[in-house]
Design a protein around this ligand. Structure first.
Ligand SMILES: *Cc1c(COP(=O)(O)O)cnc(C)c1O
Length: 353
């Protein structure tokens, strides 16, 4: 049975071209700065993001961690969305390893930090030593738990202005920033403008097997490299990873549009099922948030039964299910996912009535 994997875009497998590039990549010891393929990827990534330097990371989690540690002194604070990956899914690494407090900030239904909540996070008196000072404000683009909403330059303007006004660094957790750029039809550098750092994942929709890249100024990236080594993220012949990353940046960006189209199809199909509610307005990139409305079946039950029919869905928490489209999901898979969910929900509604 063909599996329709909708739990995450992290399930994407490397392409044939990636595997060929990985096999042939010129290699060196990247901890010495001598892996030519890693250097080529970093140069390319910095250029695409409109930054001066970049550093390959083993994961998005370490990319965020090393960057925030490079930005924020011990005893300072990092402001981040209450539902952000940094707040929810990264084990509070920056607090554990960096002595930095993570301060969750309320976000709106698109994942944007609320202006009033940001203001409340400022110390009453920055000169009074009893208050810790915020050093960084983080924005996630796309905002994962908000349903993958892409945030454009106009959406980002207030938080950019806030950071500038209060002398904070703006860090963009751009795990899916290429999805945002493609959906909004803007250059990814426009979404990076005004940020002190941007991290993006090669390992999600871009389909590389491993890796993230942090981009920023040369000075910042020098400090990020030091923290990366400290965290154990210095990787020797990392060109094998970087080679796939180069192919990802060269060939996997424009095709994200197809994933977005499939997410729209999936949202339309699911919305047509009596007993399923879809958050239609937030379907802008490769994610669909939905829930079972009314009696019949629990979310855990639906996930288990759909998995038996080869359709893998995930729970997002707070009574919501999530389906993520990616290169491994074709139009036929979308249709099959809709019919599998429809059949399960129909059978349970009938039994419940
Ligand atoms: C996936 C993700 C990360 C972490 O990346 P990993 O490579 O899984 O560690 C960080 N931020 C966001 C928004 C993500 O979606």
């Amino acid at each position: 049975m063909r599996i329709v994997e909708l739990r995450s875009d992290t399930f994407t497998l490397p392409t044939e071209a990636m595997l060929r590039a990985m096999a042939r990549a010129p290699l060196g010891d990247d901890v010495y700065g001598e892996d030519p393929t890693v250097r080529a990827l970093e140069e390319k990534a910095a250029g695409v993001l409109g930054m001066t330097a970049a550093c390959l990371m083993p994961s998005g989690t370490m990319a965020n961690l090393a960057t925030l540690m490079a930005h924020a002194p011990r005893g300072s604070r990092v402001l981040t969305g209450q539902d952000s990956d940094i707040q929810v899914y990264e084990a509070h690494g920056v607090s554990v390893c960096g002595g930095v407090a993570l301060e969750p900030v309320a976000t709106d239904d698109r994942g944007l930090l609320c202006g009033a909540a940001l203001e409340r996070a400022l110390p009453e008196d920055p000169d009074d030593p009893q208050f810790s000072l915020p050093a960084v404000v983080c924005v996630e683009n796309t905002a994962n738990r908000a349903g993958g909403v892409p945030l454009g330059p106009a959406d980002l303007a207030p938080v950019r202005a806030f950071a500038r006004r209060h002398d904070l660094v703006l860090h963009v957790d751009g795990a899916r920033i290429f999805n945002a750029a493609v959906a909004l039809r803007v250059g990814v550098a426009e979404l990076a403008a005004g940020a002190g750092s941007v991290q993006f994942c090669l390992s999600k929709g871009l389909s590389a097997p491993v890796g993230s890249v942090v981009t920023g100024s040369a000075e910042l990236i020098g400090r990020v490299r030091r923290v990366r080594k400290m965290l154990g993220g210095g990787m020797r012949q990392a060109g094998v990873i970087a080679a796939a990353g180069i192919v990802a940046l060269d060939t996997m960006v424009d095709r994200l549009e197809e994933d977005h189209e499939h997410a729209r199809l999936l949202a339309d199909g699911l919305a047509g099922i009596p007993g399923i509610e879809v958050d239609r307005v937030v379907v802008r990139t490769n994610m669909v948030r939905f829930r079972v409305a009314g009696p019949g079946i629990t979310h855990q039950g639906l996930i288990a039964l759909a998995a038996r029919d080869g359709v893998r869905l995930a729970e997002l928490g707070r009574g919501t299910l999530r389906a993520v489209t990616h290169r491994g999901v074709e139009a036929g898979d979308v249709a099959r996912a809709v019919s599998v969910v429809a059949a399960i929900v129909r059978a349970h509604r009938r039994a419940a009535s």
